[in-house]
Design a binder for this molecule. Structure first.
Ligand SMILES: *[C@@H]1O[C@H](CO)[C@@H](O)[C@H](O)[C@H]1NC(C)=O
Ligand SMILES: *[C@@H]1O[C@H](CO)[C@@H](O)[C@H](O)[C@H]1NC(C)=O
Ligand SMILES: *[C@@H]1O[C@H](CO)[C@@H](O)[C@H](O)[C@H]1NC(C)=O
Length: 210
């Protein structure tokens, strides 16, 4: 009895040694809701609600409508009140929780949701990330700036992502030995033109037309 309890505890420790966990904590990232429930089923939603930092591989979808490999199954319709407004060239400061780090590559990109393809180049790439063998993780593992495309590349984003929901800013991390993948997604609208606040900056042409 005692021995089997010890063996069970050892198995848990062994499993922990190869598992990892993480998610975006800011800006607000996609969460589960009724639309994910409809596509992915109660088991998948319960898994994510039980641990918001869980790997994609742990999420068992009830149907092919559920895109676990895009935002871990979370969908736009459940996250309309979390949409961010981004501007070409803006540096988006992202914070991440890594409660259980595990070494591997990570990246951040704009991903088109209809195709699940990266728009343009990856915006940030870590060849090695969340290395649990380091005494301390580099500060940029849990807080980093992502510079959004501007100029021609910004125009390409505006074209590929005409409305909120058509693209996401996705954080992706693979714990290599754990063979576990993590994804968090930020929904956004993209301004094609630099932002001008017509109410606080005099714009006579606009005012005279009001
Ligand atoms: C991240 O994980 C935490 C802990 O489970 C959870 O409370 C939070 O809702 C999750 N956030 C996202 C964006 O997944
Ligand atoms: C990150 O890189 C991996 C491996 O090349 C790729 O499969 C994935 O789509 C990329 N994800 C993002 C969000 O850039
Ligand atoms: C993160 O910080 C580490 C240590 O300072 C550095 O070697 C690495 O290039 C940085 N990575 C990114 C993507 O900024």
């Amino acid at each position: 009895m005692r021995r089997s309890a010890l063996l069970a505890a050892a198995a848990v420790v062994a499993a922990r040694a190869v598992s990892a966990h993480g998610n975006i904590t800011s800006p607000p990232a996609r969460l589960p809701g009724p639309a994910m429930l409809a596509a992915c089923g109660q088991t998948a939603v319960n898994t994510v609600l039980g641990d918001g930092t869980i790997a994609l591989e742990e999420v068992k979808a009830s149907s092919a409508l559920c895109k676990v490999d895009l935002c871990r199954g979370a969908v736009f319709e459940d996250n309309i009140n979390r949409v961010q407004l981004f501007t070409p060239g803006q540096v988006v400061v992202v914070t991440v929780a890594l409660p259980i780090p595990h070494e591997g590559p990570a990246n951040v990109s704009i991903v088109q949701t209809a195709t699940n393809k990266i728009v343009g180049d990856m915006l940030l790439v870590f060849d090695t990330y969340a290395d649990e063998k380091l005494a301390e993780l580099p500060a940029n593992n849990t807080a980093f700036g992502v510079t959004l495309p501007s100029g021609k590349a910004g125009q390409a984003v505006a074209e590929a992502c005409p409305t909120a929901g058509s693209c996401v800013l996705q954080w992706w991390w693979l714990g290599t030995d754990a063979k576990q993948t993590y994804e968090s997604c930020i929904d956004f609208g993209y301004r094609t033109m630099p932002y001008v606040d017509h109410y606080n900056q005099p714009d006579l042409a606009l005012r005279s037309s009001l």
